[in-house]
Design a binder for this molecule. Structure first.
Ligand code: PLP
Ligand code: ZN
Length: 435
């Protein structure tokens, strides 16, 4: 077996065929991950091939995910199965103004909001959809706070699959819901929170033979590794000191850690950057877990609350993987308040970059990590902006017009506000105003 599924639990590590439809280890219930026989991998040759593919007109080479397919070889016939919308290919952007705000010399954002559906979920979904095609599935489902459903709907539609999405009733931004509807997903709004719906959907998937594309799906994690591979390629394989990422279900940081370990093991990079995860203050079970130093007891947040809906998760499924990656990298976990996230978001906007609320937790958290001297002002940091600025325009308008309130009702101050001004139809008066 050159590609297989393997139980993540160190005490189990049971292997299963790569095309078995399972989401957890049948033996112990542990998370699954993809494993490969990487013997013969030639790092210098692949670095060259990947560069050459940027010049290619072949769809798979143009994809910023499939370009790096040698590092997630779970398909026998990639051409026949891959569903691509030319995902990935996201830029590294320097942001002096955001660096100054955080108190660091330089700061680089990797902006996953440049993806086809506007979030990093596309990096993973292209692989998850490919696996669904390979398995001959007709229907795919997920439960989502928004971006996963938008992405799954698009990739399912593009791949000829029927998407079914489950969303928490009244807890989703309209930008994301609109996408799912437009891409033709059957959309079910359930009156329960994310964690409750996840349980429900897992039961339905089994009962109805629907392929589940939630973040525990190991093939989505494989695709999200490409965020890091592409980042290292763009940095000419010189790893930064830190990579900062917001944490919700913790699939993304798990993918980042796996990618970095594999890149190191295969000789693409010579050291692994430290991973910093930032959670929203009202949905920070992983932050608290890290504060107590890890261990076998993970306490979920029963009532997660944050305006950053993409990270409004109380019981993150991937915490065991995430903890392995964060702790083995020498990294850390931070949290940020609603006010801190909102201000950081406006600062990222004022750089001409912009992002959705969850993404801004990176800058808010980094500012605190620098203040607490966990991150040094001279260190090289890449912060991953996970979603596009247009995902949540309502939040933006409210912030800039002093109408934004935290879930507990506390008013959020528009410290970097930019309110529109009403003026008369009068050139003289407007000239005065603009003088
Ligand atoms: C999904 C998502 C997150 C959280 O990622 P996890 O893998 O669940 O930790 C953060 N930001 C955005 C924009 C997202 O869509
Ligand atoms: Zn197991």
């Amino acid at each position: 077996m050159s590609a297989y599924l393997v139980c993540f639990e160190p005490a189990c590590r049971t292997r299963y065929p790569i095309d078995e439809v399972i989401y957890n280890c049948p033996k112990c219930g542990g998370l699954l991950e993809a494993g490969y026989d990487f013997t013969g991998t030639d790092a210098p040759a692949l670095k060259r091939i990947w560069r050459e593919r940027r010049m290619s007109n072949q769809p798979l080479d143009q994809s910023g995910v499939w370009r790096y397919r040698e590092l997630f070889p779970f398909l026998l016939n990639v051409e026949a199965c891959a569903v691509t919308l030319r995902e990935g290919n996201t830029p590294l952007l320097n942001a002096p103004r955001a660096a100054q705000y955080a108190g660091i010399n330089t700061l680089t954002f990797k902006h996953q909001g440049f993806n086809p559906t506007g979030s990093f979920k596309d990096n993973g979904m292209t692989c998850g959809a490919a696996q669904a095609v390979r398995l001959g599935m007709k229907r795919v489902a997920c439960v989502s706070t928004g971006n996963t459903s938008a992405s799954m709907a698009a990739y399912a539609a593009a791949g000829g699959l029927q998407p079914i999405i489950f969303i928490p009733h009244g807890n989703i931004s309209y930008g994301k819901l609109a996408q799912a509807l437009e891409y033709g997903a059957q959309t079910l709004q359930v009156e329960a929170n994310f964690d409750q719906i996840l349980k429900l959907v897992r039961e339905l998937a089994e009962r109805l033979g629907i392929y589940l594309l939630n973040s525990i799906n190991p093939f989505r994690i494989e695709g999200q590794k490409s965020i890091i591979i592409e980042m290292m390629d763009q940095l000419d394989w010189q790893p930064p000191d830190w990579i900062v990422v917001p944490g919700g279900n913790l699939g993304n940081v798990s993918a980042f850690g796996k990618a970095l370990r594999e890149l190191k093991q295969l000789g693409f990079i010579d050291r692994v950057p430290k991973l910093a995860v930032v959670q929203a203050h009202g949905a920070a079970p992983f932050f608290r877990y890290a504060q107590q130093g890890g261990g076998s007891r993970f306490e979920a947040e029963v009532h997660p609350e944050t305006l950053a809906t993409a990270i409004k998760i109380g019981d993150p499924v991937s915490w065991p993987k995430a903890w392995l990656e964060v702790s083995s990298s020498g990294g850390t976990v931070e949290q940020a308040t609603e006010q801190e996230i909102a201000d950081a978001k406006a600062v990222i906007g004022a750089c001409g970059i912009g992002c959705e609320p969850a993404s801004a937790a990176t800058l808010a958290g980094l500012k605190k990590l620098i203040a607490h001297q966990v991150v040094g002002a001279g260190e090289r940091v890449v912060a991953v902006l996970t979603g596009n600025v247009l995902k949540d325009p309502d939040y933006i308008y409210r912030y800039h017009t002093a109408q934004l309130a935290a879930p507990d009702g506390t008013a959020i101050q528009p410290n970097f506000g930019n309110s529109p001004v009403v003026v008369p139809n009068d050139a003289d008066r407007i000239s005065e105003l603009l003088a």
